[in-house]
Design a protein around this ligand. Structure first.
Ligand SMILES: NC(=O)CC[C@H](N)C(=O)O
Length: 354
């Protein structure tokens, strides 16, 4: 490759007549579709208490109006997909988002998408969309930890940076990204790790894939191989429960989930995906009844590997590798929706990319 010297602040790729030149000030402005779903970023002060607020109160249009300089980065179109605190996020909104994004790119309505969202379930929405969307164009999620009414609200800067990242040419082909507090995370690894701090998102063992510093958007890591699943046609997902393991654990919750008719179980296990002996017996009953059982962990980092403390071959369990329980649940739902229930096939999907 021949290296061409360009003026500072101009990247080789951004200089091309691509749609991602918003951060360089060259060429036509890229078109960014902003899909607003609510969250703290759309929060307004609650007059009943000094620290209280209602998430999902302001509209996407109001959020954008509070971000100076955004019109110099991109042509924006804002649509309100929902206006909820993200603890109420659900598959109906996920399907609405996925279909809107598919349509926007199929009809060349936008060059990139930014989604505003509460931080509680942002990693789950990011993981769902990352798995069912198959576009080169950037899809970037952002939110905030402080409501717009707070001193030093973080929402406006996060929206600005999300648009900067979404319009950066190196954001293409990376699946769904999460941008918060100057940091860029990939959907596979990102997780909320602090209930109040601005730097709430981590990508524990993998680390963030990039940063936004005052001069530039910088990516460090190559994209992860993309596990591409179809968006289920039925617009619904099979029932899968997550069961949290702890000392004195019995099999009661596992049996109750089976009675309720779930199709799969994810264990938020201790350590590398352990449960007690009596819970293990209940899991064997679940497998015998035709449920798919995935062992994940609630410790927050590291892999759950096959056949280490637990003989997965003998029990017919699946190991989650590095997917946390809430993401393991979504992958299992998508696999079951696609009629993938053979333990070997399910395991292959969880091991994809490693
Ligand atoms: N900081 C946040 O966004 C969390 C607030 C709220 N629970 C939500 O996820 O929407």
């Amino acid at each position: 490759m021949v290296l061409t010297m360009l003026p500072w602040g101009t990247s080789l790729m951004a200089a091309a007549p691509a749609s991602g030149g918003g951060s360089t000030g060259q060429g036509p402005l890229p078109r960014v579709l902003i899909l607003a779903t609510g969250g703290t970023i759309a929060g307004k002060a609650d007059p009943r208490s000094a620290i209280g607020y209602d998430a999902g109160a302001a509209t996407g249009q109001q959020l954008i109006a509070n971000v100076p300089g955004l019109d110099k980065l991109a042509h924006l179109k804002v649509e309100q997909i929902a206006n909820i605190p993200s603890q109420d996020m659900n598959h109906t909104v996920w399907f609405r988002l996925a279909e809107r994004i598919n349509a926007a790119f199929a009809h060349h309505e936008a060059d990139a998408v930014v989604i505003t969202h509460g931080t509680d379930t942002m990693e789950e929405t990011a993981f769902f969309l990352d798995t069912v969307l198959h576009h080169e164009q950037a899809v970037v999620m952002t939110g905030s930890m402080r409501p717009g009414s707070a001193i030093s609200a973080d929402g406006p800067a996060n929206i600005y940076e999300a648009v900067q990242v979404a319009t950066h040419p190196h954001a293409r082909g990376r699946g769904v990204l999460v941008v918060l507090n100057d940091t860029i995370h990939a959907a596979h690894w990102v997780s909320k790790a602090d209930s109040t701090a601005l730097q709430t998102f981590t990508s524990r063992h993998a680390g963030p894939v990039g940063i936004v510093d005052p001069a530039a958007v910088r990516f460090f890591a190559p994209p992860r191989p993309h596990l591409a699943m179809a968006l289920p046609k039925e617009q619904s997902l099979p029932a899968v429960d997550v069961i949290y393991a702890h000392a004195d654990m019995d099999g009661r919750q596992i049996d109750e989930s089976m009675r309720a008719g779930v199709k799969g179980l994810v264990i938020a296990g201790m350590g590398d995906g352990n449960v007690s002996a009596s819970a293990m017996k209940a899991l064997d009953r679940a497998v015998a009844a035709g449920l798919v059982v995935v062992r994940s962990s609630h410790v927050g980092d590291g892999f759950v590997n096959r056949n280490v403390e637990v003989d997965d071959n003998a029990h017919h369990f699946v190991a989650s590798y590095d997917l946390n329980p809430q993401k393991a649940r979504i992958l299992l739902q998508l696999l079951l929706a696609a009629d993938v229930r053979d333990v070997g096939d399910v395991q292959q999907a969880f091991a994809f990319g490693y």
